[in-house]
Ligand binder design. Structure first.
Ligand code: ADP
Ligand code: ZN
Ligand code: ZN
Length: 740
């Protein structure tokens, strides 16, 4: 007898990745007609608990797929897209990332979607086009010059003009609205054109030097397959020229190129280098865009209209149907690793993506990461070196200033003051670097030793005089007013100790009153337009002292700078983080690379109390590659990353004992489950134990068998989330770049 009772009626369902912090996807019911239309990679509106959310279909279940009786099937509210907006390739990439970084797929997918699409707005944004209705309206506009000018321009284009083009030419929306209120013009909504735009060369390539030629040829040989390259060349050795010439060949075949740059590196200078070489549509994807612009750029990439996509970290997830080359410039830069939430590393995702797409990927840097050199050692990256500085620029010379013996004023040695004076007298620019903003890092009572510290963090508060006098905690943002007396002994004996950029600015200005001192840090550039003003001065070849934090070390070209000084290199030399030497060496070489780009030779001065430090000695007498070789050796001996893979577990709560108890219990569980194959360090209090009023603890997992460790940790992490007490917050950082 046929077993009719067990035959399940057909139920049409899709599996949806929902943007909530839960690892599973959820099944939703839909009508047979909707099921027909539904596409994997399209958005659906759904209700989830009491929320209305936008999810993405990751699977269409077969109608006879067994139903899980534990869950009540809800119907979707609406199909939002007729077609997939995330192609299968990108969904696979996102799924891989979610697995690798142990983060819920529903939230990972959000990274790949522009805000408007995450909110459920229609994919086809209609363009606003303004058209003239009344062709004889000039006389009516005598009173407003603005409206008259706008009207004249609009009249020149009877077929209509795009609103954003009008905005670009200085016509604001208020003017358009006023004209439309008078019935003179009207706005129409039109669908946008996404047909591909042809690529044309706007400028001839330079004639490549032998190293560049070798690099270009090697990369082009790999055009039809996956191969990863490390382009290792000092600042100014012509890496960008290599990118441009390889791109030219790839674009010529109608393929798209994805270029990733550090967050701070996407300057008008960078953009214009690509624009002046190629006439084609370039889509820019960075955090400064408004939602509309971002969606437009994303669509230009996704439809193939844009031949070049230039973006920061998250652009690695952009859909590009004709992707043929990925370039990651300044590959050592920390901003490629997301430091919160979904902690992916765009460099590692880029390698996966290129392998998936079977296309070449270039990682470029003057100071490649130790991780990348390790991949070269393993044969996973092909190293291409550029050893000549292109053009006529000479390499700067490095000098170490021993602070233990020299005279100094407010942290600047007499020798350095003299050198600065020489340069200024020769009408050259100098660049002074100090990685500490504010006026002074410590406010100390000279009578009793009291220090201003943050009540929420284990940290001192920084003294600021601008825009008004206050104490500021750089870790949690707490602001306090400046006490007049010492709160402990009531004496008027409070004194700023140490130096921040604002104090050095004051000092330099008093030493060199006839020259401008331009300070660049987060405080000085937060004022609107100030960064632009600074850039203008830098490129105008005016004699000046430039003073700044890390912001100044990255990606900017300072053609007229001939002297660079780092005032305090010791913070990096003495840090406990095992990556601190790598970061410090990169900083020194990068900062040094800012000088001597023009015809004049540059000098670099490093002030230190530890002149004999091996890192400084290596950089002084050898070079960065030697330093990297030694570091690789040290890491191998101590079995530190990249020789072992790491995962960092962070736990925070109101009570350090809670963190410790919970993590200890979880460590025991992991030891049992992994049969002791994972080395576990900690739990220990984090380097800054208390931050924003909460206690932080760390536990580090290490293993030389990455895949095996990830396998055990996957199940364990799910258990951990289940067992976690409510008052603890935890997060997992796979391949952490910073142990804080
Ligand atoms: P990097 O990207 O390594 O810092 P760039 O590609 O920006 O180096 O090159 C530095 C400077 O040298 C630029 O002004 C560039 O135009 C010039 N340059 C690069 N390659 C050549 C070449 N083959 N011949 C002449 N000048 C070059
Ligand atoms: Zn604080
Ligand atoms: Zn005191």
């Amino acid at each position: 007898m046929p077993n009719i009772a067990h035959t399940q009626p057909h139920v049409y369902r899709v599996r949806v990745a929902v943007p909530v912090h839960i690892f599973d996807c959820f099944d939703y019911r839909l009508s047979p007609e909707q099921y027909q239309q539904a596409q994997v990679g399209a958005r659906v509106a759904i209700s989830f608990g009491r929320q209305n959310l936008v999810g993405v279909i990751v699977e269409k279940l077969a109608p006879d797929h067994p139903i899980d009786p534990r869950f009540k099937l809800k119907a979707i509210s609406e199909l939002l897209d007729q077609e997939a907006i995330l192609p299968a390739e990108v969904l696979t990439l996102l799924t891989w990332s979610a697995n690798y970084y142990q983060f819920p797929i529903g939230e990972v997918i959000q990274t790949a979607l522009p805000a408007l699409l995450r909110q459920g707005k229609p994919y086809n944004l209609l363009a606003r086009v303004w058209k003239v209705l009344d062709l004889e309206a000039e006389a009516k506009l005598k009173r407003s010059e603005k409206q008259r000018d706008a009207y004249k321009i609009l009249k020149l284009h009877p077929q209509g003009t795009l609103e954003h083009i009008l905005n670009l030419s200085g016509i604001d929306n208020a003017t358009l609205k006023a004209l439309s209120n008078k019935g003179i013009i009207q706005c129409e909504l039109e669908t946008q054109d996404f047909s591909p735009e042809p690529v044309q060369m706007a400028q001839m390539p330079l004639s490549a030097n032998p190293d560049q030629t070798h690099a270009i040829k090697s990369i082009l040989k790999a055009q039809q397959r996956y191969q990863a390259f490390l382009l290792d060349g000092l600042t100014g050795s012509g890496k960008t020229e290599v990118y441009l010439q390889v791109m030219q060949q790839v674009l010529k075949q109608g393929k798209q190129v994805l270029v990733l740059v550090p967050e701070i590196g996407l300057t008008p200078q960078t953009i214009s280098r690509f624009q002046s070489r190629f006439h084609c549509h370039i889509a820019l994807l960075h955090s400064g865009l408004n939602d509309n612009k971002r969606l437009q750029a994303w669509q230009a990439a996704q439809t193939g209209k844009a031949s070049i996509v230039l973006g920061t970290r998250s652009a690695i997830y952009t859909a590009m149907p004709n992707l043929g080359l990925i370039i990651l410039d300044e590959e050592h830069d920390l901003s490629f690793k997301q430091q919160e939430g979904f902690r992916y590393h765009a460099r590692d995702v880029a390698l996966y993506r290129a392998a998936q797409r079977k296309c070449p990927v270039i990682l470029g840097s003057a100071t490649p990461s130790i991780d990348s050199y390790h991949l070269v050692e393993q044969g996973k990256l092909t190293c291409l070196e550029l050893n000549q500085r292109a053009g006529t620029a000479l390499l700067p010379k490095m000098h170490v200033i021993d602070l233990t013996v020299t005279q100094k004023q407010h942290g600047i040695s007499q020798q350095l003051i003299l050198e600065i004076k020489h340069r200024l007298e020769k009408k050259e620019q100098v660049l002074i670097f100090l990685n500490r903003r504010g006026y002074a890092p410590v406010l100390l009572c000279e009578q009793c030793g009291w220090q201003a510290s943050c009540s929420n963090c284990d940290a001192n508060m920084t003294l600021h005089y601008q825009p008004y006098q206050h104490l500021h905690c750089h870790h949690c943002g707490t602001i306090k007013s400046l006490p007049e007396h010492c709160p402990a002994c009531q004496q008027e004996s409070l004194k700023p100790i140490g130096m921040g950029t604002a104090k050095v600015e004051e000092h330099l200005q008093s030493l060199f009153p006839q020259y401008p001192v331009i300070r660049v840090d987060r405080d000085s550039t937060s004022r609107v337009g100030s960064w632009q003003k600074i850039q203008d001065t830098i490129h105008k070849n005016e004699t000046a002292i430039l003073l700044g934090t890390q912001m100044l070390a990255k990606g900017h070209h300072f053609p007229y700078v001939t002297l660079v000084a780092i005032l305090d290199i010791d913070a990096g030399l003495l840090s406990v983080d095992f990556r601190a030497p790598e970061r410090t060496a990169q900083l020194i070489v990068q900062v040094a690379g800012r000088s001597g780009r023009g015809e004049k030779k540059g000098d670099v001065y490093l002030q230190t109390y530890r002149p004999e430090h091996p890192l400084l000695q290596t950089l002084l007498h050898e070079d960065y590659r030697h330093f990297a070789k030694q570091t690789l050796h040290d890491r191998k001996v101590s079995q530190m990353p990249p020789y072992r893979s790491t995962i960092l577990i962070r736990c925070e709560s109101k009570d350090q004992a809670h963190n410790q108890q919970f993590l200890c219990k979880m460590a025991t569980l992991l030891r049992e489950q992994s049969q002791m194959s994972i080395d576990i360090w900690g739990p220990i209090p984090a380097p800054m134990e208390r931050k924003a009023g909460r206690y932080q603890a760390h536990m580090v997992l290490l293993s030389s068998q990455r895949a095996q460790m990830h396998f055990y940790v996957r199940t364990w992490w799910q258990q951990l989330l289940q067992l976690k007490p409510n008052d603890c917050k935890v997060n997992i950082d796979v391949d952490p770049q910073e142990l804080n």
